[in-house]
Design a protein around this ligand. Structure first.
Ligand code: NAD
Length: 422
């Protein structure tokens, strides 16, 4: 058995690493090529983006159409491997257009950086002392990022709390930083690190963690849309969606899936634009659980005319500069395709897509059921999994759907029959 303990793996070239992996796992030439192909990415760039690189992992990129947001038309790039998400978003956006599309807005792009202070003799008084020297701390932080300040951002405010933990009381300082068009993690982390010695001095305690919080409650994106009852299938559909929403609001098991559907849309745009989807996921779910009860990120109501009105509110820490947004050529082209000029505009689009996605899922559940609605897309995946070639896929899908048995073993049987006839 070969060993996975490989010293100096990072020092090798991409080709050497891939050759090593190929030997280790007994990959075929074809499999090794599938891993090593970097697509639109220059191999030299990929090798600098993360560590121990051997290749790239391409995802399908689809374009959601029909989006009208704040009176402006957008084509929305979505990177996702799951079938039917892009179609569903486009379909919802079309129905929302009937009543003017989506209205979206954001708060200022303010992120929170945390400084944890322990072993403070007088935590409450220390909290006061930190707040008293707020201006000095903000100055120290802003000196660290003149570029951000030049673009109209920077450290804006300070908050301090005393929390009780099982290790005793801690003073937690929050630095509020306007990150403008950056996601902001590096910017904020640099600032809280700079502020730490000052905080330590004034509190008389010891600073441990100094890092951004992904619970970005000060960087919210919101969107709203009306789905006219006549455009979505009538009163029954409206009532069905309201029932489904009530279920999610009352039950965390359902709510997890309700929010997952929203994140299908959110993540796809976040990934397509080179943003950090783990940060967005962490923010969304922690926001959904604020107040101690895990709840839906959307709301659904009926207006006086009986039409369905949906809203969404979630933290969206996305940027147009920094991280992969600045280096990934596909991400950069996608941002151009979207035509957004600020990170806030991007967040508004993402919120609208999240709302559209949620509407599509609820409508499908409330009417025909997700599985039936997506049967042929699902069948296509199953046919490919069963080994159908490009020429065979359509026939296998047709038969799977007509038999209503979407299983790999059945697809394999059908393939055998098709091939026997040839
Ligand atoms: P960054 O530091 O690469 O870029 C931000 C900098 O760009 C700013 O500090 C500023 O100096 C400059 N800038 C130029 N034009 C600007 C403009 N118009 N608006 C704002 N800033 C402008 O990136 P970042 O956004 O600070 O950090 C993002 C990266 O951090 C992501 O790759 C993310 O994955 C990673 N990260 C995330 C976490 C987390 O979420 N917990 C932790 C660590 C790192």
């Amino acid at each position: 058995m070969p060993t996975s303990e490989i010293s100096g793996f990072y020092k090798k070239s991409m080709e050497e690493r891939l050759a090593l992996v190929k030997r280790f796992a007994g990959l075929s030439a074809e499999e090794s090529k599938a891993i090593g192909t970097t697509g639109a990415l220059d191999p030299a760039l990929v090798d600098r983006m993360i560590e121990n690189v051997v290749g790239a992992m391409p995802l399908p990129l689809g374009i959601a159409v029909n989006f009208l947001i704040n009176g402006r038309d957008y084509l929305v790039p979505m990177a996702i491997e799951e079938p039917s998400v892009v179609a569903a978003a486009s379909n919802s956006a079309k129905m929302a257009r009937a009543a003017g599309g989506f209205e979206a807005h954001t708060t200022e792009p303010v992120m929170i950086g945390q400084i944890q202070v322990v072993d403070v003799p007088d935590p409450q008084a220390a909290r006061m002392r930190v707040l008293e020297i707020k201006e000095r701390i903000l100055e120290v932080c802003n000196e660290k990022d003149p570029v951000l300040v030049k673009f109209g951002g920077g450290a804006r405010d300070l908050e301090a709390r005393v929390i009780e933990t099982h290790r005793g009381p801690m003073v937690i300082v929050h630095l509020l930083v306007d990150c403008r068009d950056a996601m902001g993690a590096n910017a904020v982390n640099t600032m809280v690190e700079a502020a730490a010695p000052v905080v330590e001095e004034v509190t008389g305690g010891r600073v441990y963690l100094r890092i951004i919080s992904n619970l970005a409650v000060k960087r919210l994106a919101r969107a709203k849309a009306t789905f006219p009852k006549d455009a979505i299938g009538g009163d029954e559909v409206v009532e069905g969606i309201l029932e489904a929403y009530a279920f999610a609001a009352a039950d965390p098991y359902r709510c997890a899936t309700h929010n997952k559907g929203i994140m299908n849309g959110v993540d796809a745009v976040v990934i397509a634009t080179g943003n950090d989807w783990r940060a967005v996921e962490a923010g969304a779910h922690s926001y959904a659980a604020m107040g101690g009860h895990y709840g839906p990120l959307t709301t659904w109501e009926k207006n006086r005319d009986g039409d369905l009105v949906g809203t969404i509110e979630l933290p969206l820490a996305v940027g147009l500069v920094g991280g992969a947004t600045a280096t990934h050529p596909t991400a950069k082209a996608n941002v151009k395709l979207l035509g957004v000029k600020t990170a806030q505009e991007l967040a508004q689009i993402i919120a609208a897509v999240g709302l559209a996605q949620n509407f599509a899922a609820l409508r499908a559940l409330a009417t025909e059921g997700i599985q039936r609605g997506h049967m042929s897309l699902h069948a296509r995946n199953i046919a490919v999994m069963a080994g159908a070639t490009v020429d065979e896929v359509d026939e296998v899908v047709r038969r799977l759907v007509s038999e209503r048995v979407i299983r790999v073993d059945r697809a394999q049987d059908i393939l055998k029959e098709i091939r026997a006839k040839k």
